[in-house]
Design a protein around this ligand. Structure first.
Ligand SMILES: Nc1ncnc2c1ncn2[C@@H]1O[C@H](COP(=O)(O)OP(=O)(O)OP(=O)(O)O)[C@@H](O)[C@H]1O
Length: 604
């Protein structure tokens, strides 16, 4: 994400957050690799700075002296020069090989941490964030780690080391002027590169914007071809398009030319420095202080120093972007979970499964109360049905049982324990739900049923499938339990999906069960079939049935009618019919609809 707020994210705090992943406490072998890789960085630089330039200097000085008997030594120096150059490349590549595992491992740990955290975040977070955007943040964040690490450890750190070594050599051998010149050059070079890179980034953004604008205009213009013709505006449209393209072309030329400015500017700074450095040595040589070989030494050291500096613009840009991307990912990790376990919360101890709602008040947003003081008492093993108009808050009751949100008032008790005071994991383990719309993982039927309980055996999975009356269907498929269900389970019918959901809840075998309009999406025949399965599994469990079709809940021990977040009626089916209130009205209307449907079917 490149929002302006994060664009100015500071480098150091972001890197500090990343350090534990780079220097993992519990992985000594990885730490060893880091030490190894950094040693190779130092080795490579030592060979580069003290090897090749000094060998060349020795060879040149030897030749200038004109002593032919030293030829063997000079030859050895020249071979040493080649060996040093090769050694430096070798160590750099060895370093990459040693470090690769560390980079990958840090990326993996961080990605796994974000993933774990995402699943811990509350329902509200998931409902409000676009999944695509979240995965993009994670993808960009983890990708940037590798590049950032690479540039920081293998470009910036070695360059600083090289600069220190070169300055050290200059100070001891050639005096203050060369040191001052080199340091000034590096500072000017960095400042110039940073300045031009920022300017180029702005140019590039403008170019991209103009490009997007020109394309959008072209598309809009072509889509409106009829209107263009009605108004004879072909020429006008062409001119507008041309103007947009001209603006883009101008920006593109500027952007390309800016690269030339960067290259020319950098070359000017480095070559002025090169000439200055060599001139200093030549002047010293004229005074008899320095040798011809010294000129070679200084020019080689400076040329080597300029090489990594040439990449500085790209490194700077990459690190800036990396900090932004990693920052967005750390923001995700830092997003607090709305619902958290109380400190030292005990696990829920479920006895028989007595559920009570005591004056429960709740709203998704502070300015709109959804549940306005709900009292429910469901003795262990009993079935409570909740009915009422759409939007009354029925499904909200189920979400609150799972503690997807915290209440604004009152409490929910299970066997005398407030669900807000026990661990979420133990609470959720005690409840099973068959939701209105079952969404399945894009995997096999067997996998989806087995999801109900980790480590379930094949026999248990088949038992659950039989309990949900779907085993015959599964066995009739050529791939049996290995039949794939497709994206979100779309290859299965609504009834089949619902049975898979029932089977996995059976496998979970929870003492408390919620059926949230579990059959409402089905036609009445399938509903009838599933209904008897559901009534079987309700036996012996405390059950909350949320229902739209009242015919499915006549057997409930108690029925509550919820309207606009309040219980307006409660009693058994017979009692409520006698009351002749909202329930009786809903019942009569649905009975009429059923009769009409039957009539239509009979007529067909
Ligand atoms: N995540 C949410 N954020 C804000 N408001 C929500 C959210 N979920 C539900 N609501 C609102 O809360 C109210 C109750 O929703 P709920 O899903 O509990 O109704 P319901 O009685 O189950 O309805 P239905 O029978 O249509 O499923 C609705 O007005 C709904 O718009």
């Amino acid at each position: 994400m490149t929002d302006p707020a994060s664009a100015e994210r500071p480098l150091l705090p972001t890197l500090r957050r990343f350090l534990p992943y780079l220097w993992p406490k519990d992985a000594p072998s990885l730490r060893l690799r880091i030490v190894g890789a950094m040693s190779l960085v130092v080795l490579s630089k030592l060979v580069q700075v003290y090897g090749a330039p000094f060998a060349l200097q020795g060879a040149v000085d030897g030749m200038v002296k004109g002593d032919r008997s030293a030829t063997t030594l000079i030859l050895a120096l020249v071979i040493g020069y080649g060996a040093a150059r090769f050694g430096s490349v070798l160590f750099d590549n060895l370093r990459n090989a040693v470090f690769e595992r560390v980079g990958q491992d840090a990326t993996r740990r961080l990605a796994a941490n974000v993933f774990r955290h995402l699943h811990q975040l509350s329902l509200r977070f998931h409902l409000e964030r676009r999944t695509g955007a979240v995965t993009k943040v994670v993808e960009r964040g983890t990708k940037s780690i590798d590049t950032m690490l690479y540039f920081l450890l293998f470009n910036i750190a070695p360059t600083i080391l090289e600069l220190a070594l070169v300055v050290g050599i200059f100070a001891t051998k050639f005096g203050g002027w060369l040191v001052t010149g080199t340091l000034v050059m590096v500072v000017v070079y960095i400042a110039f590169t940073r300045w031009v890179t920022d300017w180029r980034a702005a140019l590039r953004t403008r170019m991209n914007d103009l490009d997007t604008g020109a394309v959008a205009h072209a598309v809009d213009s072509l889509l409106n071809f009829e209107t263009v013709k009605y108004f004879g505006a072909e020429e006008r449209e062409a001119k507008r398009y041309d103007a947009a393209m001209a603006a883009y072309a101008g920006a593109a030329v500027k952007s390309e030319n800016s690269l030339a400015w960067l290259n020319v500017g950098q070359a000017l700074i480095t070559n002025v420095m090169m000439a200055f450095g060599m001139a200093l040595i030549v002047l010293g040589w004229s005074r008899g202080e320095f040798t011809a070989g010294n000129v070679v030494l200084v020019s080689t050291l400076l040329a080597q120093l300029f090489r990594p500096l040439d990449l500085l613009g790209m490194v700077y840009r990459t690190i800036r972007q990396g900090v932004i991307d990693m920052g967005s990912m750390f923001d995700l990790i830092d997003t607090p979970s709305e619902v958290t376990d109380a400190p030292a919360a005990p696990a829920l101890v479920v006895g028989k499964g007595h559920v009570r709602f005591e004056n429960v008040r709740f709203g998704y947003d502070a300015d709109r109360t959804i549940l306005k003081g709900i009292d429910l008492d469901i003795p262990a093993g009993h079935t409570l049905a909740v009915v009422g108009p759409s939007g009354a808050g029925k499904s909200t009751l189920a979400r609150l049982m799972y503690r997807f949100y915290d209440l604004t008032g009152g409490r929910i008790m299970i066997d005398g324990q407030d669900i807000a005071q026990v661990t979420q994991a133990s609470l959720r383990a005690a409840i099973g739900i068959v939701p209105q719309d079952t969404v399945l993982f894009n995997d096999t039927i067997g996998y989806n049923i087995a999801y109900g309980r980790e480590g379930a055996t094949r026999a248990e999975i088949e038992g659950a499938a039989r309990g949900a009356a779907i085993s015959t269907f599964i066995e009739g498929q050529s791939d049996g339990y290995d039949t794939r269900v497709g994206e979100r389970g779309l290859k299965l019918s609504g009834g089949e999906k619902q049975r898979v959901a029932i089977a996995r809840t059976l496998l979970k075998n929870p003492p408390i069960l919620i059926l949230d309009e579990a059959t409402s999406a089905l036609d009445s025949r399938t509903e009838g079939e599933i209904q008897s399965t559901l009534e079987d599994i309700e036996r012996g469990r405390t059950t909350i049935v949320i229902a739209h079709r009242l015919s499915t809940i006549v057997h409930a021990d108690e029925i509550v009618v919820l309207e606009a977040g309040e219980v307006v009626e409660r009693g058994t089916h017979a009692q409520l019919l006698r009351r002749n209130g909202l329930y009786a009205e809903m019942w009569n209307r649905q009975a009429q609809e059923r009769a009409d449907e039957d009539g239509v079917l009979a007529a067909e």
